[in-house]
Design a protein around this ligand. Structure first.
Ligand code: BGC
Length: 761
């Protein structure tokens, strides 16, 4: 449908945030010149709409009056088309609506949670998975996703650690770019793609105490070296929008923070997309004690650089722009140009997405796109590749379904047959019934010759009420005392009579994610008691973890033979667990976070500075007296069913001048008898300079597959961008003449090392 007699945007126009299109500029100018102030303000207003408890009549009058520019959370294509029709046929200017949704790790087909996807260390896989997610969401008329979340998280008490790529800026940057490419490809208007939104800008993962939304105090050096890089990588990958965070950063709320939104995002990085506030974050500037009232909040957010306000209906702090901006302009506090600048960015996005030409979605194609078997196949591969084998004493894994010694399997645990929890948070519109649990996956794998029986054993305590329960549905009632006793005994006796026990423990999906912080990393409920009782029976036990954050598993790590970290692996999770446990897939995932022994070690991350002689030296006192300072598992760690060796580490030029590059080469060999994947990881340490630098920093990685006995040379480039850091002393990016240690190996404790000297020109 062509509504304006103006040139249609060329299909191959790159819609990256860093490009401008003269034809779109003309169309925006023309439209802006015809808009009233109220219509402009309408474009800056985005509303939640929940089909579960709202009626179309509640928003249609405002759409018709041009008071709404965007809606979020609608996933029914009929409602999307219905609202779009009101906008493009019945409103004065016929400006289409932009429909957004949190497509975080899948839509109809659920992929592993983002923390798991990062554990794959496979950006190409992430890109493919988000391409599928985009196509499924686009099929119902969604054009914009609030993803990727690229917040660095170094505190696993923070529930949203599950939504990102973990603790490391280098891995996080590679993942951020992959997510953006997956959602948008070269052009988010092309078929099956979405506009991406990097969030939450910036520093949200550093919330005090790991409490969601709490304040963050981050010095500039840490902002630039740790928290900003994944955002910058997303901008460089062409991300079309950004979301301002909820919390305050160094006492200035991110949603009213001109340093973040203007100085860094626009001036330093040249970002040309638009900025949306997090939900009600504009009105919340009052709650922060930053804005005087809602009108002042609208003034502060708009002038700081928030273009679009996301609002929750019925919340007293919502609709700050809609209720105040017109008056603010009339009073002269906000200029017409400031409003036009924001409106221009929203219109630009709508033109670039082709919404004016194609505002509707074809409702007849939804089922075909959603049921493409390729989507489930990829979800299974993604889950296999994301799982991390943490322990495998005596090569208990893989199990052999033809082995008569494992002809009866007990699958035990509160998460073993939970369809809801296999998927992870932000799974709202998939067909939960079709999600495959671990029990189902194992049954399907082993066939009738192996007896597979199940007992939940314990239920997971839930003092906790998720704010998303309204969308996910309530959990069944907690067990009675009598039921608790009976279920526990049933599980123990099942374990006793079986050849092998697969114990599936962890946390409910809503125990991580938004508003899901925890003060400990404990396995909730009586899971540890169940674990210890069953492990005490002397049977072979495999522990499978279903969870969205590292958990306190020190006891298991010393006493249970095999531990597989499956995370929340998505719709095909149970099949993928079975593939790994029975050796049809070989684990190759690696931890994207340092795994603490207990919450008392937090914050713990590998790229810390060293302020004393290392722990290995006598008289080391920067320590806890009760537990080691080292983590339970290091960053980058993960086992395989085969073994690898690294050798022959060399730099092509041991001495380079400032600005020059060198190659780092290492030979990786599969020294075992099965094919498998290894992730070669390159770490550096700058020995001296005008700042202390972390003991190690990841600067390269590559996941490779090697057949038994196969050897491959992996190459990395170390150049200016890897050897540069942001210095607080210089208030600038610096590269210094210095000596660097260079390690390559299988995790952050790699020992194979060489040196590189950087000299002045
Ligand atoms: C979350 C965002 C999300 C938004 C819309 C907020 O509460 O912080 O990450 O995109 O809701 O659902």
């Amino acid at each position: 449908m062509v509504l304006f007699d103006l040139p249609v945007v060329a299909r191959n126009t790159r819609l990256a945030s860093n490009t401008k299109s003269p034809s779109i500029d003309r169309r925006v100018d023309e439209l802006l010149s015809r808009m009233t102030l109220d219509e402009k303000v309408g474009q800056l207003n985005q509303l939640f709409y929940f089909t579960q408890f709202m009626k179309p009549e509640m928003v249609e009058p405002d759409i018709r009056a041009g008071k709404v520019g965007s809606l979020l959370f609608i996933t029914d294509p009929a409602i999307i088309n219905r609202f779009q029709k009101v906008a493009v046929e019945n409103s004065r200017l016929k400006i289409p609506l932009l429909f957004g949704f949190d497509v975080i790790h899948g839509f109809h087909t659920i992929f592993p949670v983002p923390l798991a996807m990062a554990s794959s260390w496979d950006p190409a896989l992430v890109e493919q998975a988000q391409g599928v997610a985009a196509s499924e969401a686009r099929a119902v008329g969604i054009r914009w996703t609030f993803a990727p979340m690229v917040d660095i998280a170094r505190d696993p008490r923070w529930g949203r650690i599950v939504e990102g790529a973990g603790e490391d800026p280098f891995l996080g940057s590679r993942m951020a770019a992959a997510h953006v490419r997956g959602f948008q490809d070269q052009d988010p208007s092309s078929p099956g793609r979405l506009l991406a939104c990097m969030k939450h800008f910036a520093g949200y993962g550093s919330a005090h105490g790991g409490r969601d939304y709490d304040s963050a105090y981050i010095a500039d050096a840490e902002l630039y070296n740790v928290y900003f890089p994944p955002f910058k990588a997303a901008v460089d990958a062409g991300v079309g929008s950004a979301m301002s965070a909820y919390m305050d950063l160094n006492d200035v709320p991110a949603t009213g923070n001109a340093f973040l939104l203007r100085d860094v995002l626009r001036k330093e990085w040249g970002f040309k997309g638009f900025v949306v506030s997090d939900a009600d974050a504009v009105g919340n500037l009052v709650t922060h004690g930053f804005a005087e009232d809602k009108s002042d909040a609208a003034y502060r957010a708009l002038t700081a650089g928030v273009d679009l306000e996301m609002s929750f209906p019925g919340n007293p702090v919502s609709n700050a722009y809609a209720t105040s901006l017109t008056k603010l302009v009339q009073e002269g506090r906000v200029t017409k140009d400031q409003v036009d600048e924001a409106v221009r960015r929203i219109l630009e996005a709508k033109f670039k997405l082709g919404l004016f030409e194609n505002p509707y979605v074809d409702e007849t194609r939804v089922a075909t796109i959603h049921n493409d078997p390729e989507h489930r196949r990829l979800a299974r591969v993604a889950a296999q590749r994301s799982m991390v084998l943490l322990r495998n004493e005596g090569n208990l894994l893989p199990l052999d379904k033809r082995d008569s010694k494992v002809s009866s399997v007990a699958v035990i645990g509160p998460l073993a047959d939970s369809k809801r929890d296999i998927r992870g948070s932000w799974s709202f519109v998939d067909d939960v019934k079709s999600a495959v649990t671990v029990l189902e996956g194992i049954r399907a794998k082993v066939g009738p010759s192996v007896k597979v029986e199940y007992a939940a054993g314990v239920d997971i305590a839930r003092a906790f009420q998720s704010p998303f329960a309204i969308l996910q549905g309530a959990r069944p009632a907690a067990w009675s005392e009598a039921q608790k006793q009976a279920e526990f005994e049933k599980a123990v006796s099942l374990a006793r009579s079986s050849d092998v026990v697969i114990l599936v423990l962890g946390q409910h999906e809503e125990m991580s994610g938004e508003a899901a912080s925890q003060s400990t990393l404990d396995l909730p409920g009586r899971q540890v008691e169940l674990l210890k009782t069953i492990a005490g029976l002397g049977k072979p036990v495999v522990l499978v973890l279903i969870n969205g954050r590292p958990l306190e598993i020190s006891w298991a790590a010393a006493n249970v033979s095999a531990i597989l970290e499956a995370w929340h692996p998505g719709s095909e999770g149970g099949n993928a667990v079975a593939d790994i446990l029975y050796g049809d897939a070989t684990p190759g995932g690696k931890l994207p976070v340092t795994w603490p022994r207990s919450a008392g070690q937090i914050p713990i991350y590998y790229a810390h500075n060293i302020t004393q002689e290392p722990e290995t030296k006598k008289n080391f006192t920067s320590r806890y007296w009760d537990i080691p300072t080292s983590p339970l598992y290091p960053f980058g760690y993960g086992l395989s069913y085969t073994t690898f060796s690294f050798s022959n580490l060399r730099v092509s030029k041991p001495e380079v001048k400032l600005g020059e590059s060198t190659e780092v080469l290492v030979d990786v060999e599969n020294t075992g008898r099965r094919a498998g994947d290894e992730v070669a990881q390159l770490y550096i340490h700058q020995r001296f300079g005008i700042a202390s630098r972390p003991v190690r920093e990841l600067k390269g990685f590559e996941r490779i597959t090697l057949g038994p006995g196969e050897k491959k040379t992996v190459r990395f480039t170390l150049g200016k961008s890897e050897l540069t850091y942001w210095s607080a002393a210089a208030k600038a990016w610096v590269q210094e003449p210095a000596v660097f240690d260079v390690w390559v190996g299988a995790d952050a404790t790699a020992t194979l090392v060489t040196t590189l000297r950087v000299v002045a020109r």
